[in-house]
Write a protein that binds this ligand. Structure first.
Ligand code: BYE
Ligand code: ZN
Length: 510
């Protein structure tokens, strides 16, 4: 069979495509679409050497390497990328169908009514999803009553923040009872009971009870301004929000007490770890690094695709501290400041899960000879402690942990929905059509949490009961659910087969 070789330039690289003589136009288009990393609705244009537009078809003439064609994605007509256009067409066709049936029958049949209401409800759903606002369907104010009210203008977010600030400042950390202070030092603490202003007070308690205010000459009003700004710089998204920041900081605080870390590392390193936990997801947009890179967002552009989010979280942290009234580090010597800045950058950048294996392996290799006075050992431990705190939801009581998984999947699904609409690659673990809660969690616990928690427990045996045991129980819980789910699927399949058997037997009798 004869093949044709086409040379073309796309996104700055010279590519070569090979076609069978009898392939279809769609095959040819698919090859070019893949080479341009374009989605199904992008418009592709192929130009000859002299700039003329070529028809992308099997009849395309073969060319040489030095007379290559130029392939461009000229436009991504947003309206045609996803549903809106199809929705319009559907509505139009339904309307047409309805009027024709009306002429014949004199009334709208039930099935057309059903279809109409389905299209209507789907449209309303799309209109209420803020993160799809780039489709230009999103309606800011509820001219439809049933959907939840989105947080509307910028002003009202600021007003909400000011209310939290007033509440926070009107509360005194003295109102936090001894019982709560003690509970705050354990992983069993229930984060869901507290509202935003209360979490700010509890964070203030953590800084005071570790004696950071006296040790580093932090004025109370500066700490409060700092904490409030941290709160303001977390976004209102399902998972990576201020409550996640609070949980991670609280877990770090618990680990510090449980392991008696105060007697093993300097107080300045404790400050680095607690503040890193507090700042580690600042201004998270709800879309991960892979999305940032694939969608070529401003963040990916700014940080050259290198941990764009973590670099941003850290930059926002130091941006907040660049205001003197929020700068909890302002009374430190420049050497101390440098030490803390270096430490925080290392700890926050270490939360990029793409580096998980690299960091865990390093820790594993030094674990047998671990020495708290060795600078390199201590720095790896600090990264590990922040990482443990960051992904430790499953070490908490089931009633606290489970809602977090729903929040995380919600954020993942939002991302994959957007990726589908933009024609970007979708990770299977984010795809609402592919994941189940138990299966994602058993894998994560087996291959990520247990290896990490086992390693930290070797250094601090007391963590066995506080974090390792609860995670093992969570694995049992999700494994049982996974088994039950599979069994139910089997039964349903069997049921369907029996049903089919019966109906075909019935058909034979008829
Ligand atoms: C991680 C990376 C980014 C954001 F889908 C969050 F199965 C996480 F992979 N965290 N943090 C806690 C988690 C958890 N990821 C998963 N389970 C957690 O408990 C697994 C995911 C649901 C999925 Cl690792
Ligand atoms: Zn995090």
């Amino acid at each position: 069979m004869t093949t044709k070789i086409i040379h073309f330039m796309v996104n700055g690289t010279l590519e070569k495509a090979e076609f069978e003589a009898d392939c279809s136009a769609a095959d040819v288009k698919d090859v070019f679409r893949a080479a341009a990393e374009a989605g199904p609705h992008h418009i592709l244009k192929l130009y000859s050497v002299d700039g003329g537009v070529l028809n992308i078809s099997p009849l395309l003439e073969a060319n040489g390497e030095d007379s290559y064609y130029r392939l461009e994605v000229v436009a991504s007509d947003l309206k045609s990328v996803g549903m809106p256009n199809e929705l319009d067409t559907m509505e139009h066709r339904l309307h047409h169908l309805e009027s024709r049936v009306m002429e014949d029958v004199g009334q709208t049949p039930e099935v057309v009514c059903d279809l109409k209401s389905q299209v209507e409800s789907f449209k309303r759903k799309l209109e209420s999803v803020k993160h799809l606002s780039w489709m230009e369907l999103f309606k800011e104010d509820g001219d439809h009553q049933s959907s939840p009210k989105p947080r509307s203008s910028l002003l009202s977010v600021q007003e909400e923040h000011q209310q939290v600030r007033r509440k926070f400042l009107n509360m005194s950390s003295l109102q936090v009872t001894e019982e709560v202070r003690e509970h705050l030092k354990t992983p069993t603490f229930d984060n869901w009971q507290w509202e935003e202003a209360e979490m700010l007070v509890l964070l203030q308690v953590m800084f005071t009870d570790l004696d950071f205010l006296t040790a580093f000459h932090i004025q109370l009003d500066v700490l409060q301004n700092f904490l409030f700004q941290v709160f303001c710089h977390y976004n209102n998204i399902p998972f990576h929000n201020f409550r996640h920041c609070f949980c991670v900081t609280q877990m770090m605080y618990g680990l510090i007490w449980l392991t008696d870390l105060k007697s093993k590392v300097s107080r300045i390193d404790l400050l680095v770890m607690l503040t890193s936990a507090l700042c580690h997801d600042l201004d998270h947009p709800g879309y991960n690094n892979v999305f940032q890179i694939n969608a070529q967002t401003d963040l990916a552009l700014r940080y050259n695709d290198i941990s764009p989010l973590e670099n941003h979280h850290c930059a926002v942290a130091f941006g907040i501290m660049s205001e003197p009234e929020c700068n909890i580090l302002k009374n430190l010597s420049s050497d101390q400041y440098k030490h803390i800045r270096g430490g925080m950058i290392r700890c926050i950048l270490a939360t990029d899960m793409a580096r998980h294996n690299e960091i865990l392996h390093k820790f594993k290799s030094i674990q047998p000879v671990f020495n708290f006075t060795n600078k390199e050992h201590k720095e790896v431990l600090m990264k590990i402690m922040v990482k443990v705190s960051d992904i430790s939801n499953e070490a908490r009581p089931m009633a606290v942990a489970e809602p977090w998984l729903d929040c995380l999947l919600q954020e993942f699904f939002n991302q994959s929905d957007t990726e589908k609409l933009k024609g970007l690659p979708v990770a299977p673990f984010m795809d609402r059509d592919k994941v189940s809660k138990p299966s994602s969690q058993t894998g994560f616990i087996r291959f990520v949490l247990l290896p990490l928690f086992t390693e930290i427990t070797k250094l601090f045996p007391c963590l066995e009961e506080h974090i390792l045991e609860p995670v093992r129980r969570a694995l049992d819980f999700y494994s049982d659910l996974e088994r039950a789910g599979k069994q139910q699927q089997e039964e349903e399949k069997q049921g369907e087969q029996e049903e089919q058997g019966r109906s075909s037997a019935g058909g034979a009798v008829l």
